[in-house]
Write a protein that binds this ligand. Sequence first.
Ligand SMILES: [Zn+2]
Length: 281
Amino acid sequence: MDPYFVGGRIEVFDSYSGVQNARIQSLQVDAEPFKRFTATVRRTASIAPGDIARWRLPAPTVKNGLLHAPACDDLAGAAAALSALDTIRRMPRLGNVGILLTKAEEIGFVGAIAAASNKTIPKNARLLCLETSRAFPESPIGAGPILRVGDKTSVFGPELTNRIAEIMQAHTRDNPRFSWQRKLMPGGTCEATAFCNYGYLSTCLCLALGNYHNMHDIDGVAAGKRPAKIAPEVISIDDYHGLVEMLVVTCQHLGSATSPVMRRSLEKRLRKFERLLQSSS
Ligand SMILES: [Zn+2]
């Protein structure tokens, strides 16, 4: 991310007069506890510690089914969770579905670690972490919301992940227009790694994200082929609605008894080919 900063245009929301434009002039990579960026503003008197700055980017727009916005990460996940809850709260027997919003995700999901460590969450909870995750050619934007089986660091709870895959397969059989993906998204690490590590049953649902963390053409920049340019983040509107649907359907079926479909198919195969295991002598 470092090459993207110096020269980048930002807007600072000050506590008095509104928005001030500025450009980042320097970066101190080894400052603690955070890297330090310097930008010059015209009215320093109105700037106070805690004021927020963000990249100066065009207002959000929808073009060809894609939302281009200054930030989709983690807003899209939070919006999808709230939209799903709006539907779920009107459904019978789903009174135990809730949303936990945690802070400091970009610093390494510190709020989620605290929630796991403080036992804020009941031990028998099933945790579906929501993310936007860097899109790759094999997990593209627009091919449906993603059941994320793991991240850069670990694989998630197999019981929960496999159960959601079964629910989604059944849902797609009944609704052939619905598309979803089952992928490992190695672009970063997410809360499910932390929750699984603290003994919770957890997995992740996510949206493929373009211009991840506002970085345009990460691979081109890393290869030295083009200058680092800040750009709006991108998600697919259909993927977003798919994620809301995935959440609602998953919550509806997660409580029902698991069907032994996989075991039955394995046993059938064993019966059919068992003789191949017998000694040939
Ligand atoms: Zn992020």
